[in-house]
Design a protein around this ligand. Structure first.
Ligand SMILES: C[S@@+](CC[C@H](N)C(=O)[O-])C[C@H]1O[C@@H](n2cnc3c(N)ncnc32)[C@H](O)[C@@H]1O
Length: 276
């Protein structure tokens, strides 16, 4: 097979980590999620994925994806014709996993990522890729110009910690100004996680580093008066009913890590924010 060599910038390369996590998981008998598409994509990309083999954080990435998937599913069950915007979509397959056949989707990432993504995904009347930086206000105008029905859920999975704080604030202001009342799902890197990233099993295998240190997601509500943190979980304090549905070995692993109260696990949070 003619495999594609990804020509990706430094932060863009990080998309290959959750992609590989989903691909490897797909081969397991008792899997956290199924993603045959990720497996096909990995097979057709010319990259040394072996560097990520057996890294514990791949499981963390999958648990994060499960929670973000659930937030999208819950949102669409309440608002079936709403709009979902994947910020920093990478080669994620969330649309394949949780689309309801009615919602409007936008998938935004930097131009080199969207160029790669176009090899594997195509636009449709309900699905539009946008090549832009999330820090560039033009993407929000493009989403608005498509006459997409609200309400809006913005999903930034493993994206914003790579930006600098003023840029994160700019993104939150941009979404709040343009799409009042929107939901934003995002992860935050705080003490124990942010300061140990040089030793992080997967990040230490690539050049990209996180720049936005967020000790407490409650700070997000202070940035934008009227914003509310609706949910905030660590990977070891996921919603109980989500954990109850995991294959048993994963349930046991999550509770074993929770018991250790590892700073790396405690300092990384998955948050759902309601903007004013
Ligand atoms: C760790 S990957 C996560 C990819 C995807 N969300 C997932 O979970 O599979 C980080 C992604 O954020 C994207 N990203 C980083 N900075 C960005 C920016 N300024 N604008 C848009 N996307 C950005 C990268 O290109 C990359 O695809």
């Amino acid at each position: 097979m003619d495999r594609k060599e990804p020509r990706l910038g430094t932060v863009q390369e990080t998309l290959l980590i959750p992609l590989y996590a989903r691909a490897v998981e797909n081969r397991k008998e008792h899997a956290l999620l199924r993603d045959a598409r990720a497996e096909e994509i990995v097979a057709s990309i010319d990259y040394d994925f072996g560097r990520f083999d057996n890294l514990p954080s791949l499981t963390g990435a999958l648990l994060r994806t499960l929670l973000f998937d659930r937030w999208v599913t819950e949102f669409l069950s309440q608002h079936p014709d709403a709009t979902v915007v994947e910020i920093g979509t990478g080669l994620n397959t969330r649309h394949e996993r949780v689309d309801n056949g009615r919602a409007r989707w936008f998938e935004l990432d930097l131009p080199d990522v969207i160029a790669l993504r176009r090899n594997f995904f195509t636009d449709s009347p309900r699905r539009t890729m946008i090549a832009a930086s999330v820090t560039d206000a033009a993407w929000a105008a493009e989403v608005a110009s498509h006459d997409a029905t609200g309400p809006h859920l913005f999903v930034a999975e493993a994206v914003l910690p790579y930006l600098r704080e003023p840029d994160v604030r700019g993104v939150i202001d941009l979404i709040a100004d343009r799409f009042p009342g929107a939901l934003l799902a995002l992860d935050t890197a705080g003490p124990g996680f942010f300061d140990t990233q040089e030793q992080h099993d997967a990040l230490s295998k690539v050049e990209a580093r996180m720049h936005w240190y967020c000790p407490d997601p409650a700070q997000l509500a202070d940035w934008r008066p009227g914003a509310r943190v609706l949910a905030s979980h660590t990977l070891t304090s996921l919603p109980e009913d989500l954990v109850a549905r995991l294959p048993l070995p994963y349930q046991q692993m999550v509770s074993a890590i929770a018991a250790q109260r590892l700073p790396q696990a405690e300092g990384y949070r998955l948050n759902l924010l309601r903007l004013p």
